[in-house]
Write a protein that binds this ligand. Structure first.
Ligand code: MN
Ligand code: MN
Length: 309
């Protein structure tokens, strides 16, 4: 199979690095603001405001996933949830600069009981970062991740993956598995990847649960029934293109009417809404994630989450 070879320009790399710095700084802030009893809404808004104040745009809503929730939960408009005591929290943050994305996540635990679970995902990420290199197969990265997580006595989540990133495209085709699998697809130089090991003491397979309050445009196919709804869809495209966005952001800009129009676009299948993903065995879940630029002779980790610990 032929893979097109291309090279990133200095300008593109600079924007990827800036986005990475912003996400790093925002996750550092998360270590201060994520505390037992604090509202998820307050945390998400502080972190998203930090992205903007540092010169980026959120690449997706801040995800705050509690205990057995692995991913894809962002607070609703008027969300009343707080960080529970003795919980394990995944904070996943994305920022972009002119479409050049950084995507990274950390786990924060409020009980020493979860320390090993947290460390399993973190060390899996560390090992994967040392291993990734042009020419390595994507499946062999999964093997590295799985081995580390199992060595700690936990199970990697097999149906959540890392992913290649391209401009304005968070999941650009190639996936990086969290388990060993045979694949002939390889990492090529000048690709950008997010690697995100998830570890659990449950089943290692996630299923959908409640509304995650995160949306994404699926198609810009015209809405014949309503000129207004069509205009609204075009407005969403101008703001978010194909990147995920929060119900909260729609409410902030368009009010209650915007949320109603959003529901109509969801039922007309122009917009997709994510559900929170939970471990099927109701296990607790940890996650660490970094974004990296794979250059010919070195890997540049743009988000540097391992430096936060
Ligand atoms: Mn992420
Ligand atoms: Mn990701």
């Amino acid at each position: 199979m032929h893979e097109e070879v291309f090279m990133l320009t200095d300008d593109e790399i600079e924007k990827y690095l800036k986005a990475g710095d912003i996400v790093h700084d925002t996750l550092n802030l998360a270590l201060d603001v994520v505390k037992e009893g604090v509202s998820l809404l307050e945390i998400a808004e502080k972190l998203e405001n930090n992205i903007v104040s540092k010169g980026g745009q959120p690449a997706f809503p801040v995800n705050i996933s509690i205990n057995e929730i692995a991913a894809h939960y962002s607070p609703a408009v008027n969300d009343t949830k707080i960080i529970p005591s003795k919980s394990i929290i995944k904070v996943d943050v994305g920022a972009h600069v002119d479409g050049y994305i950084a995507d990274a996540a950390i786990t924060i635990s409020f009980s020493p009981d979860f320390d090993n679970l947290l460390v399993a995902a973190r060390e899996a990420l560390r090992n994967a970062e040392s291993y990734i290199h042009p020419g390595k197969s994507l499946g062999s990265i999964g093997e590295v991740i799985e081995k580390v997580i199992r060595r700690y006595g936990f199970i990697p989540i097999s149906n959540l993956n890392g992913h290649k990133i391209e401009r304005y495209n968070l999941h650009a085709g190639k996936s990086v598995p969290n388990v060993s699998m045979y694949t002939f697809r390889k990492v090529t130089r000048d690709e950008v990847y997010a690697i995100e090991p998830f570890a659990t003491n449950g089943e290692g397979f996630v299923i959908e649960r409640e509304n995650g309050h995160i949306c994404q445009i699926m198609t810009m196919r015209r809405v014949k029934e309503s000129k207004e709804l069509n205009m609204f869809l075009k407005g969403l495209w101008r703001d978010f293109r194909s990147l995920p966005f929060a119900e909260r952001w729609v409410y902030k800009k368009y009010g209650k009417r915007g949320l109603e129009d959003l529901e109509r676009l969801i039922s007309l299948k122009r917009v997709y809404r994510y559900n929170a993903l939970v471990d099927r065995g109701a296990g607790l879940v940890s996650q660490f994630e970094d974004t990296m630029i794979v250059r010919e002779n070195k890997v540049i980790v743009t988000t540097r989450v391992l430096e936060l610990f």
